[in-house]
Write a protein that binds this ligand. Structure first.
Ligand code: GLU
Length: 443
């Protein structure tokens, strides 16, 4: 496979949400898989809405997810390049000034819709005479700028997800690319960047399909070959509807819920593809099967319960070395191994580890159980497998079995009715502490 240059191009007007994360991940995977390069491009031409704190949050979120960019670019530092492209395209007759106000445009739309016509810009500004234009300028109306689509140049591309796509340019409005105050809209800067940065593959949401149609003509007008395009289906809630909640669900919320980045990655790498979602923590394994041809056109359904299942499975398979720096002080590999099957997030480790370190709170025992626990205190012997030895001895001496044999011991030793395997826990509690707990329980 040829090496690909991809980019993820968020606007720093808010935090990343799960839909953005998915797009970032897929672009990262496309680049990694091909041995290419992945660019983080900050689309911050909208000075009023862009905030530095969001730029920082985007970087931090991507770092937490392990989606590292090979390069970072910022649109606000590239205004000269946009200006140059603008002048070139204007000289080539592909950009023209327009003077309609927002209200005039609205009115035109309404009239068209009222007549059952598609609301395509009528190119009124192109038909102005020099005098009419001069009159507008004399009135102090500064123009905004539109890119002139070539109606004779049919637009078509092979989309990496959607297959063959074609658009009739006559059915599209000439897009506004620059506001009257000189500021840029998304369309032209993005195209200039994709050319200058050598982007070979654009992968983004299907809400950009009609932008792609327009941008393909921009690439051509700039004398550049368009990159390959792929548009992935949108992410929806599990009910199948676009969900407002998903639009605000981001890394902070995941972190608070104890979701591991690897669980998010494993889910989002496969969601909406024909491959099964599996708790794969190794990115190399995910990369191996990653392929745009497995992507479906139906909306990808995001289900919290599925994310939690993947997370739990990933936590259950996590090696000690990968978590040791996040465990409570004093908790060693045996401790991790004992509690690992009982947790669904790393945050739950502490609750179980407290059973080892204490203090614990024992329930009220019946007289009968107190007598039994007294026997247990006497039978406690330390060796390789103190729990096995203790329960075998008590089974023989008391005739107890099942719950009657095990539950009072668990309650006395941990204060709980259930929890990690006692065979693993008891050696961690240690001989003297275990004896003290049994003595306390016998009363
Ligand atoms: N800033 C644009 C967005 O967030 C980027 C779209 C693109 O990938 O070209 O929608």
């Amino acid at each position: 496979m040829n090496s690909k240059t991809t980019r993820f191009a968020p606007s720093p007007t808010g935090r990343l949400h799960v839909g953005n994360i998915r797009t970032a991940l897929h672009n990262w995977m496309l680049a990694r898989k091909s041995g290419g390069s992945f660019i983080l491009r900050i689309d911050d031409t909208d000075a009023a809405r862009s905030k530095e704190e969001y730029v920082e949050a985007i970087r931090a979120d991507l770092a937490w997810l392990g989606i590292e960019a090979d390069r970072e670019e910022r649109q606000s530092e590239r205004l000269d390049a946009y200006e140059a492209a603008f002048q070139r395209l204007r000289e080539a007759g592909r950009i023209y000034p327009a003077y309609e106000t927002q209200q005039e445009l609205e009115l035109k739309r309404k009239v068209q819709l009222g007549r059952g016509l598609p609301p395509i810009y009528d190119r009124g500004a192109l038909n102005l005479t020099e005098e009419q234009r001069a009159a507008k300028e004399a009135e102090g109306i500064a123009p905004h700028w539109r890119f002139k689509l070539d109606h004779d140049e049919k637009i078509a591309w092979e989309d990496g997800v959607r297959g063959h796509q074609k658009f009739d340019p006559a059915q599209l409005s000439d897009p506004v690319i620059r506001r009257a105050d000189g500021s840029w809209l998304y369309m032209l800067p993005s195209t200039v960047d994709d050319v200058d940065m050598g982007v070979t593959q654009v992968l983004r949401g299907e809400d950009h399909v009609s932008n792609t149609a327009v941008q393909i003509q921009m690439f051509t007008a700039m004398g550049a070959a368009p990159p390959a395009f792929a548009h992935e289906a949108l992410l929806v809630g599990k009910e199948g509807k676009l969900s407002k909640r998903l639009g605000s669900l981001g890394c902070d919320a995941f972190r608070e819920r104890g979701i591991e980045p690897e669980a998010i990655i494993a889910l989002l790498a496969r969601l909406g593809t024909s491959l099964p979602v599996e708790p794969i923590a190794d990115r190399e394994d995910l990369l191996e099967t990653f392929d745009l041809s497995t992507f479906g056109r139906a909306p990808a359904k995001f289900d919290d319960a599925e994310l939690e299942r993947v997370n739990t499975a990933i936590v259950h398979a996590m090696p000690y070395d990968a978590v040791k720096h996040r465990l409570p002080a004093g908790m060693d590999e045996a401790g991790w191994h004992a509690v690992q099957p009982n947790i669904s997030t790393i945050g739950e480790v502490g609750e179980w580890w407290r059973l080892v370190t204490g203090p614990i709170e024992q329930p009220e025992f019946s007289d009968e159980d107190r007598a039994y626990l007294a026997q247990a205190a006497e039978a406690l012997a330390w060796g390789d497998d103190p729990w096995g030895a203790l329960t075998t001895a008590l089974k023989d001496s008391t005739g107890r079995k099942g719950k009657a044999l095990f539950l009072p011991l668990r309650q006395a030793l941990t204060g709980m009715n259930q929890g990690p395997d006692m065979g693993e826990l008891l050696p961690l509690i240690g001989e003297s502490e275990a004896l003290a707990r049994l003595e306390r329980a016998r009363g």
